[in-house]
Design a protein around this ligand. Sequence first.
Ligand code: GUN
Length: 293
Amino acid sequence: MQLLDGKVVSQAVKNELKEKTRLLTQAGKKAPHLAAILIGNDGASETYVASKIKNCEEIGFKSSLFRFDSNVEEAIVIAQIEALNNDDDVDGILVQLPLPKHISEEKIINIINPAKDVDGFHPSSVGKMVQGLPSFLPATPFGIMLMLQHYKIDTAGKHAVVIGRSNIVGRPMSILLSANTNPGNCTVTLCHSRTQNLKELCLQADIIVAALGKVSFLTADMVKQGAIVIDVGITRVADSSKKSGFAIKGDVDFEKLAPKTSFITPVPGGVGLMTIAGLLKNTYNACVQNNRY
Ligand code: GUN
């Protein structure tokens, strides 16, 4: 069993972006600028956005955070996005999800200028991804592809089972793994809450991506010997032994399952860090494209 180490791979991505950003600014060009919008005070969203901003700073990107109360009017958020769309200094716009119920996720995502859609959630970005055209890829599946690439994992012809069909992870993951690319070229089964024979499908899988958000859902009896397991889960579970009062748990029963695998991602220290790496790469690319560098 070998760990797929998100710390190592994300650091390699960040080192590369930091050097490229240094070269840009040295040549008198502007640094990439990410604008993040955070609505409400969900603890997990606060942590993710703070981490995204901190990582921008670490590698020399500019970042701006726009915070709104959970009861903010939708029109005010839309006006903020339009202002960022029109601001030539801003390269990437991110609206942290989930949104309060009275704000339409669809409307908000649609209003973001596709050239600044560093989350890759706009229908224009999704359409390009499906067709295999250059586009911003959603950060988590993008990060997982970067990780598979880093460890030179041969995915061609392998059976990949993706558990979870969210627009943020499962569905785009299934598209990227089935694309005619390297990594990619998998035969993909996309499983969800209505899948009837999940255990049998998982037992046939060479690669499993668990992205359903249920702690320790994937157990050792569900994977075959030598499988590659990618754990996307990041659920907060109360833990009084931690300073924060909670521990981060994945969708995989790591302790019992890891010895059966050939490669596995830890939680924390796996996919979560790669999500940030994917976002930073998208933001750098947006800067280069939008400014014609
Ligand atoms: N909420 C959970 N994951 C994500 C993500 O990748 N981007 C945004 N904007 N919100 C999220």
